[in-house]
Write a protein that binds this ligand. Structure first.
Ligand SMILES: Nc1ncnc2c1ncn2[C@@H]1O[C@H](COP(=O)(O)OP(=O)(O)OP(=O)(O)O)[C@@H](O)[C@H]1O
Ligand SMILES: [Mg+2]
Length: 179
């Protein structure tokens, strides 16, 4: 069914989303995209191959980045900007070892007028200004799942993301509820 997504609320600001298929990941990106604004920070964690870049690509497409532009892991470029309905800066900090190197990338400034998406953020979130939406990917059964944690996010971010996620929970519940 188009648009269906399994979302569960684990705590006031923590959500679990099942991504059994790539299509579900694309759907999650589609749900979150309208809630995104310049200045937001998405911190994508999880093992190699857990789906961070796949999700970022889906998000970029939904935000209007042309199919002709490849969206891949910027493991060597470190920082890759894209132009969609808002500027997007995609970063992979996997190879960086200390906060000074991260500081030199100028991400705090870049974030002022762009959506910042960081893979492998580890301990470097303060360097880029914090206030992140944490999206933690893990392998689950044959697919993936993510925990979305709004615990560090600013109130306006919590309300934008919270609204989208809460709407996803209630529609799933409504479907299951007896008549
Ligand atoms: N439900 C799913 N959601 C996302 N990707 C999936 C899913 N199921 C399978 N995959 C596959 O898993 C792989 C995820 O690779 P991806 O490059 O996104 O990982 P990554 O987390 O960015 O890894 P790295 O840490 O190396 O950058 C892709 O080959 C994708 O096709
Ligand atoms: Mg990646």
């Amino acid at each position: 069914m188009p648009g269906e997504l399994q979302v569960e609320r684990l705590a006031a600001r923590r959500w679990l989303v099942q991504l059994p298929t790539r299509r579900a990941t694309i759907r999650l990106a589609a749900r979150l995209a309208p809630a995104l604004r310049a200045g937001d920070l998405l911190a994508l964690s999880g093992d190699l191959g857990a789906g961070k870049t796949f999700f970022t690509r889906a998000l970029c497409r939904r935000l209007g980045v042309s199919e002709s532009i490849p969206v891949t892991s910027p493991t060597f470029a470190l920082v890759q900007p894209y132009e969609g309905r808002l500027p997007i800066v995609h970063v992979d900090l996997y190879r960086l070892g200390d906060a000074d190197e991260v500081f030199q990338l100028g991400l705090r400034q870049a974030r002022e007028d762009a959506l910042l998406v960081i893979e492998w953020p580890r301990t470097f979130l303060d360097v880029v200004g914090g206030g992140e939406v944490s999206i933690a990917f893990s392998l689950h059964a044959d697919g993936r799942q993510v925990q979305i944690d709004l615990g560090e996010a600013q109130p306006d971010v919590v309300s934008r993301f919270g609204a989208v996620l809460a709407a996803s929970v209630s529609s799933a519940r409504a479907k299951k509820a007896p008549l």
